[in-house]
Ligand binder design. Structure first.
Ligand code: TA6
Length: 317
């Protein structure tokens, strides 16, 4: 299929709907029945289902849909910061803005389109934003669903000939799990991490897979391109492959913090785990005209797989 046919096919496969607040959502589907739903509010992925219709992302049952606050859950785009380090909101403003659909963005690699259902979203600062963050940027996000149901997010951030600026970014990803005590993460062993529960003090992870018995809020540094989240009870593994994102945030609020969050069920910590590919320890700096790309590919596979067993089709990782 030539490029033009692929573009035609792609546009035909987009389904536009509106949420209860009248905000546009895009539904991506693949021929096997997998789907993903993206809200133009914050370009937030609010659903990712496998070909059996099982929801793979956690969203709270206590969501507060009070614009501009992002709904808790799914995958929210945290930019230009993640964590309190400026006068901005804790995880930046991008997830609280309305994005637009861009029909004809600057091209990506052909592999980023062929055989995929995708939507290109764009965020540019408005006058109001420049008061808080005076930088002329364009943030392009491609959300795609591959033929085997993998979810791919590609961020391209360009400095539109303003003065140099620095930012951090995280894909704030809430995975749905059967029971947090049955989950482990492979790929973060022996890494250094900053512990947000101890004033970001630096520690070194021990040699075993990461398991969960209490609140965790850590930034693992210089993490590998591939990390696996194994849900023993569901015999399901989430494989996270990333490019341009050296850090990995792991967060579960556990019981006490869950009870303190109005938009989070007291027991919901048992069914979720945040594993966020990110670039936060070292800010990214863009000179005028420069562009940065950060991408993740999420796969949900039977637990017998692990990172290096996945098909080599992920040819940009
Ligand atoms: O490390 C993850 C984290 O920064 C936690 O400290 C917690 O604040 C979590 O993000 C939730 O952030 P949100 O803004 O989605 O409520």
């Amino acid at each position: 299929m030539g490029h033009s046919a692929a573009v035609w096919d792609h546009r035909a496969s987009l389904e536009l709907t509106k949420d209860w607040n009248g905000i546009d959502q895009v539904v991506l589907r693949n021929p096997r029945g997998a789907s993903a739903r993206v809200s133009l509010h914050g370009a937030q992925v609010i659903s990712w289902r496998n070909d059996r219709g099982e929801e793979l992302l956690f969203t709270t049952s206590k969501a507060i849909f009070k614009s501009p606050k992002a709904m808790r859950g799914g995958i929210s785009i945290c930019f230009p910061q993640f964590g309190n380090c400026h006068s901005l909101e804790q995880h930046g403003f991008a997830r609280n803005k309305i994005w637009t659909i861009e029909d004809d963005p600057p091209p990506l690699h052909p592999n980023d389109s062929l055989g995929k259902s995708f939507v290109d979203l764009l965020l540019k600062p408005i006058e109001e934003d420049l008061k808080f963050w005076p930088h002329s940027f364009e943030f392009r996000l491609r959300v795609s669903l591959s033929s085997d149901g993998n979810l791919i997010l590609i961020s391209r951030i360009r400095n539109i000939n303003g003065k140099p600026f620095s930012f951090s970014l995280a894909y704030h990803t809430h995975f749905s799990v059967s029971d947090i005590s049955e989950v482990r993460i492979e790929g973060l062993e022996t890494l250094d991490y900053l512990d947000n529960l101890s004033q970001r003090e630096r520690f070194t992870e021990q040699g075993d897979a990461l398991t969960f018995e209490s609140e965790i809020d850590r930034v693992y540094l210089s993490s590998p391109k591939c990390v696996a989240v194994l849900d023993h009870e569901k015999k399901r593994t989430y494989v996270i492959r990333k490019e341009g994102l050296p850090d990995m945030v792991v967060w579960n609020p556990w019981e006490k913090k869950s009870k303190a969050m109005a938009d989070f069920g007291d027991e919901e910590y048992k069914q979720m785990l945040c594993v966020n590919a990110a670039a936060i320890e070292k800010n990214i700096t863009l000179k005028p005209g420069e562009e940065w790309t950060g991408r993740i590919e999420l796969a949900a596979v039977p637990s017998s797989f692990c990172c290096d067993e996945l098909e080599p089709h992920l040819d940009y990782f």
